[in-house]
Design a protein around this ligand. Structure first.
Ligand SMILES: Nc1ncnc2c1ncn2[C@@H]1O[C@H](COP(=O)(O)OP(=O)(O)O)[C@@H](O)[C@H]1O
Ligand SMILES: [Mg+2]
Length: 369
């Protein structure tokens, strides 16, 4: 199981050194504003994905006055992961002591889903956010997806460069073929996954938002072109030359989350939107579990914000049912502690509470049930 059994964070934002043994079930980090809760979640995210969820700059992530930030983690199965960010030089990633070949190699080790204020971008942001979300699921379930995706990206890149340089049709042809061929496979993977996601989400929306919403809920997948892609790219050529890029293809795919005739983001309240994105991510986690028998790690920054008491309980219960490792942050211990204790007890999961203050993280309670 991809579960973190040990986590050591050094010189990341305001954390000088945190050395913790997370529970395999729920982990709650509580503390006041600016204490370091989000930074700790950011460290786990960095370890799992090789990037931060707060911008791409190296410098702000490294503690002021220091030259490097490191995160080390060991899974329950003994897999050792390490990542180091320096002010100068490239980021170093080690998997079991060996230099990682690619970010994808790291990403496969610890499937992880994050819920924070930026998660709303899946609903409100550009199509890229939704493609990324959809592809996360396909990537972890279909191993051949990455090869198709990389080949399509390469073909697209080359074709777009040639378009910008007024290249002939014959020069474009190999890339047009490569893009079309890989796009068909990408589309098939994505369409299948979107359908599974739609079904899984419908039941989660029902649990979190009620039957009325679930009945009106729809998820539509848009593949990014109308007819046969190769044919379409041929007829798009004058347009593509004018814009200097390929206007149809998998790079234009999107998802629409609908409630009746509206996009979910247009009609749901802020709290309902939060429940909706929880349904979305829980559904994604559930699909991964069904396909691979692996649970993913969930990071949820400030779960109680915008949710009422009964919804906090419902959401926590759903995370508990996934039986994966969950890292939750909150300002006030009272807002989650009782619920999580009860859920851990009912479901026989490990639970640990950590207090965060001035970047120091202290374990408070070890509730092995
Ligand atoms: N590079 C850095 N060096 C030192 N402190 C930092 C750095 N980046 C952010 N901080 C500080 O770290 C603290 C923790 O931030 P954060 O983890 O977002 O807190 P919260 O507990 O509210 O989630 C903040 O006070 C912030 O100013
Ligand atoms: Mg925070």
């Amino acid at each position: 199981m991809p579960t973190l059994a040990k986590l050591v964070v050094t010189d990341l934002r305001n954390i000088i050194e945190a050395d913790i043994r997370p529970a395999s079930g729920f982990n709650i980090f509580y503390g006041g504003n600016g204490s370091g809760k989000t930074s700790l979640l950011e460290a786990i995210f960095l370890l799992a994905l090789g990037r931060s969820f707060r911008g791409h700059q190296q410098k702000p992530l490294i503690r002021e006055g220091e030259k490097q930030a490191t995160v080390f983690g060991e899974t329950q199965d003994g897999l050792m992961l390490g990542i180091q960010r320096s002010l100068r030089g490239p980021q170093l990633i080690r998997i079991d002591g060996k230099k990682a070949e690619s970010l994808a190699e790291l990403t496969r080790c610890l499937p992880l889903l994050l819920i924070n204020t930026d998660t709303f971008l899946v609903l409100e942001g550009a199509p890229r956010e939704r493609r990324r979300f959809l592809d996360w699921g396909v990537f972890h379930v279909e191993h051949s997806f990455l090869t198709c995706w990389r080949q399509a990206r390469l073909a697209l890149l080359n074709r777009n460069n040639l378009l910008k340089n007024d290249a002939s049709k014959a020069e474009l042809e190999p890339w047009t073929r490569a893009l079309s061929k890989n796009a068909e496979m990408i589309d098939q993977f994505r369409a299948e996954h979107a359908e599974l996601l739609r079904m899984e989400m419908k039941s989660k929306v029902q649990e979190l938002l009620g039957t009325q919403f679930a009945e009106k809920f729809a998820l539509e997948y848009i593949r990014g072109w109308d007819k046969d892609l190769y044919q379409q790219i041929q007829s798009d050529l004058p347009k593509d030359r004018k814009y200097g890029h390929t206007t149809s293809g998998p790079q234009k795919a999107d998802l629409r989350f609908k409630v009746g005739a509206y996009n979910a983001a247009e009609v749901l309240s802020r709290g309902q939107l939060k429940l909706f994105v929880c349904a979305l991510k829980i559904a994604q986690g559930k699909l991964l579990q069904k396909a691979t028998q692996k649970s993913c790690i969930f990071l949820i920054d400030d779960l109680p914000a915008e949710l009422d008491k009964s919804n906090i309980t419902k959401v926590c219960r759903m995370f508990g049912e996934l039986e994966g490792q969950v890292f939750l942050s909150c300002i006030d211990q009272q807002s989650l502690d009782r619920d999580i204790q009860n859920i851990s007890m009912d479901q026989g999961q490990e639970y640990r509470l950590f207090h965060v203050k001035h970047g120091i993280i202290k374990a408070q309670f070890s509730g092995s049930v």
